[in-house]
Structure formats: C-alpha cells, structure tokens
Design a protein around this ligand. Structure first.
Ligand code: GLN
Length: 543
C-alpha cells in the first residue's frame, strides 16, 4: 500500500495560552516512543509573514530554525520534545497564505477564474500542510491551529482541516479546552469547554478526543458530562493537569494510553513503546538536588514575570537541560540591566549568583547596564555566558576597559563611535539600505570552526559544529588583532576564518560568548555542550 500520512489536528478552546504547543509536542513524543516518525506544523493566524518582526514582549521568543526561519516559539517546543529538526515551512501564517494566492493570481496561474476566499485559501493551506507531510514522509503530522475556536482569524484553517479529512486523508481531531475552577464554589466547570466544542462542531469538525487543561485532573463525573454533551466517549477524554515540569506531560499521556487510543482510531497497530530514556531524563530533572543560581541580565522587563519567561524560553530550557544533566536545580534570577544604570551599587548583588547569562537582544535600552554587569563578572571571576548580543557586549567591555579603546561601541548603538568594534555585517548593510526590514538578518544554522586547545573545543569535543544565528552585526575584523593581543581568545569562526563567532577569556573560571544562539540546539536528553560547561563551572563556584 502506498505510504499514507496520518494528520492529527489540534484545536484550542475557551482561552489562549493553554499550553496547546506543549500538549501537541508531548503527544508527538508519545507517538515517537511507539516507533513512528512524527513531525509537527504550527498555524499562526496572524498576517505577519513570519515572527521576525514581532515584539518578544507581545508574542514570546522568536525561534530560529536550522533553515533560517524566524518562527513562533511553539516550533521550539516541538523540536525539544521530538528531538528533530523542523523546517520553517512548518509554520503557516495567514500572511504567507494570502501572499501566495495573490502572487499566483498576478502570475496568471488562475487565468479566467474568479479567485475567491473559498476554495482558494483553504486549497493553499492544504497544499502547505500536505507539503510538510510529503517532504518529511512522517507517519504522523501534528497540526496545531493557533488561537481559539470561535475566533474569526482561524476559521479558514479549520475549514482546510475539515476538508483534509473529507478528501479522504487519515485525520483525527483533538480539541484542547480549559476547565476553570471557580474559587467561591471550589468546583471545576465544564460549560465553557462544552460551548467551545459546539463552536468547533459548527465548522463541521467533530473532535475525536478532548484534552482537558485544568489545575487538577478531571474526575469521572465531569468526564461523563463532557462526553454526553460533546459527543465524545468518556475514555477519549484526556486529563492534562498543571505540572511542575512540562517534560512530564508525555508520561501523563502515556499513563492514560492516549497514544494507543489514537492508533486504535486510525487502525494502526502499536509497535510497543519505549519511554525509558525520556522517563530517566525527567526523573533526573525532578530528583536533582542542590541549586545553582543563574542571573539572566535582560531588558524585556516591563511586562511582568510571566511574559518575561516567555521572551527567553529557549535560554531557560537550555539552562534546565544542562542543570538536570549535572543533577542540580536552576534558580533563575531576573535582573533588569537598567537598574545598574540608575544604581551601580546594585552590581554587588551579582556576587550572590553562581553565574550570569547575558542573552540576545536589539537596540540600546539597558545596554550600559549589561556592559557594567559583564565588567563585574570579568573582574570578579563570576562565570559568564554571553549569547549573541551578550558576546558583542563582552567585546565592547573588553575593548573599552582592557584594550583602552575609550568609547568603543557597536554601530547599532552609536553609529559615530570612534571604535566600532562591533559593526554591521557587510552583506546586511545593503539589505538595510533597501529598507527591507523583514529580511535583514543572518539567519539559521551555519558552520562554526572551533579552535583547538580552547574552552569551546574542550566542551564541544569537535572542530566543527553547526549552530543557529540571528544577527545583523559582527565583531569587526579590524579589531580582532587588538582584542587577541590583549588576551581575548577567538575560539570559533566562520569556516573561512573571516568572522569570529566565539570569544573567551581563558584565565577565568568560565567566560565565553557566542555570536550564535546555542540555546536553540539544546535538548532534554542532550544539553548543548556550552550550557553544560557553563552550569558545571557555576557549580564549582559553590564548592
Ligand atoms: N543586535 C545584535 C545584532 O543584530 C544581536 C542580535 C541578537 O542578540 N540576536 O547583531
């Protein structure tokens, strides 16, 4: 029989921010553990063509794919849970879909026809979903439809999903809904969920499973009620309660035989299940003892701590993976760099930390505070990891305070600086001049040559690695010699040696910065080596 993909559509109900991404990723992990190949697609109903121009404070982190896409953070969850590399084509937005249809119309591809929302928009959506299936040849393609059922925005995506099943493809529908507990009643309410299922049914989709997001697992009484009102058997109602550690969710699904039930619906025989490695990694994380205190010196602080964690989600996950690997629990301390600018005395607080991370960023807000924190880390031998902007600021600090280049800066911050130690990549200059802001970054996986005998080389254990980039500026080649002469070791570069990609100070316990974002390649079962080394160094400061 010809190969046939199984599509699993995941919709959301009641509220957004339910953890649909984690639910989808966890389900993928369960199916993968049964010996199937799995991939995932995320649908974002906004008009932006990609997430590159979205503000992290509004939408969370921008995830960078190996093939250079700037995508919604859910793709990061999929990669971390499924331990696969996912193409940017697996993110579909309304903007992409309409753009393609309009371009086709202009090219004359529909000559003579009236181009209409129906059928042309769902047709293009289906083409994109099927394209992901054809290219990956995955047994299962999970398709998460962003937003909540009942939104105007995702209606055409729901229509495309309905049609895929109607066209004869193997497809099932999973609806993830929220069950609030009203405090004054102390009771879990299922009515909003029932209404969201009704809204889903109006689109012609009947869910095969309902996943209940709630504080506590749903009880049998409520399951029966939901089953009755939503036309879904009670055995197909799955609990998805709050968990301390999101990596537990695949295990919670496995306990409820969620994977087997899906296979049964699709008439596929199970191939056994192997969650041993995952279970062991989760246990290691949960049983970790001892704490490392990691300060993240950032700037997206004006939005409350919940959103803050979202803006740096991959950095946090990479820290968690590395800490679990070493058997410790991380305590993340958020540090607003602007505070150091107003009150330099606060820098002393950094002594209470085991290590600091200066993550990526853009623009000039809070920059001097970050530079002051890096100086403090260097002078007080506090382990430091700089990610992208973090490396660039470490270079600026070193140039100013060690090489004596007063006022050294990045041209991103001060275009007229006397010492532009960080300058725009020549190839990006042209693009920016053309005001094409949607495409001005050096993006995606690129090879990095690692210099022998350096900390980077000891940690990676290889002389060539691929890591992901998202930047417009670089360490100016003109200043490399001065920096090196003063002790800044350039331990990574592009294969042609031209652009330096990693810098370190070997005399210190751990002081390393990367032009790329190692957080994007970290996995629960395989932490990124640089994060692993950083956490080890942080632990050593304690003992
Ligand atoms: N703003 C810097 C650049 O564009 C750093 C980018 C980042 O941290 N991702 O080069």
């Amino acid at each position: 029989m010809a190969f046939m993909t199984n599509y699993i559509f995941v919709t959301g109900g009641v509220v957004s921010g339910l953890g649909k991404g984690i639910t989808t990723a966890s389900l993928g992990r369960v199916l993968k553990s049964k010996g199937f190949s799995v991939t995932a697609v995320k649908i974002d109903p906004y008009i932006n063509v990609d997430a590159g121009t979205l503000r992290p404070t509004e939408h969370g982190e921008v995830w960078v794919t190996e093939d250079g896409g700037e995508i919604d953070q859910d793709l990061g969850h999929y990669e971390r849970f499924l331990d696969i590399t996912i193409s940017k084509e697996h993110n579909i937005t309304t903007g992409q879909v309409y753009r393609e249809v309009i371009e086709k119309e202009r090219r004359g591809d529909f000559l003579g026809k009236t181009v209409e929302v129906i059928p042309h928009i769902p047709d293009e959506i289906k083409r994109r979903i099927r394209n992901a299936a054809e290219k990956t040849k995955a047994d299962f393609v999970l398709v998460e439809i962003g937003g909540v059922v009942g939104d105007y925005q995702n209606i055409l995506f729901l229509e495309a999903a309905r049609q895929i099943k109607f066209d004869g493809d193997n497809a099932i529908f999973i609806h993830v809904g929220f069950l609030p507990v009203l405090r004054h009643l102390g009771e879990m309410k299922s009515k909003p969920l029932q209404h969201s299922v009704r809204a889903l049914m109006q689109t012609g989709i009947i869910p095969d499973f309902i996943v209940c997001r709630s504080e506590q697992p749903v009880d049998d009484v409520r399951k029966e009620k939901i089953a009755m009102f939503c036309n879904v058997h009670d055995k197909d109602i799955i609990s998805n309660p709050d968990v301390e550690n999101v990596y537990e969710l695949p295990l919670i699904f496995e306990e409820q035989k969620f994977g087997e039930k899906i296979l049964e619906k699709l008439n596929i025989s199970a191939k056994g299940s192997d969650m041993k490695e995952w279970r062991a990694a989760v246990a290691k994380m949960n049983n970790a003892s001892g704490i490392v205190k990691i300060g993240i010196v950032g700037k997206y602080f004006d939005i409350g701590s919940f959103k803050l964690a979202d803006s740096y989600i991959s950095v946090i996950e990479a820290v968690r993976h590395a800490a679990a690997w070493s058997g410790v629990k991380p305590e993340i301390v958020w540090i607003d760099s602007k505070g150091f600018e107003k009150n330099p005395g606060k820098l002393g607080d950094l002594n209470n930390l085991d290590g600091i991370i200066v993550p990526g960023g853009f623009g000039s807000t809070g920059i001097e505070g970050k530079i002051a924190a890096i100086k403090y880390a260097r002078e007080n031998n506090i382990p430091f990891l700089g990610l992208c902007y973090g490396l660039q600021l470490a270079v600026i600090e070193f140039a100013r305070n060690v090489c004596g280049l007063k006022g050294a800066n990045s041209t991103e911050i001060d275009p007229n600086t006397q010492y532009p130690v960080i300058d725009i990549l020549p190839e990006q200059k042209k693009i920016i001049e053309g005001k094409n802001y949607g495409a001005t970054m050096r993006l995606g996986g690129q090879q990095v040559l690692i210099k022998n005998g350096t900390l980077a080389s000891r940690l990676y254990g290889k002389d060539r690695v691929t890591e992901r980039f998202r930047h417009r500026y670089e360490i100016s080649p003109q200043y490399v010699e001065t920096l090196e002469k003063n002790g800044f070791v350039m331990s990574g570069s592009t294969p042609d040696g031209r652009i330096k990609q990693i810098g370190e100070l070997p005399k210190l316990k751990f002081f390393l910065g990367t032009q790329f974002h190692p957080e994007f390649t970290s996995r629960l079962t395989e932490p990124n080596p640089l994060f692993a080394g950083f956490i080890k160094a942080c632990m050593e400061t304690q003992f």
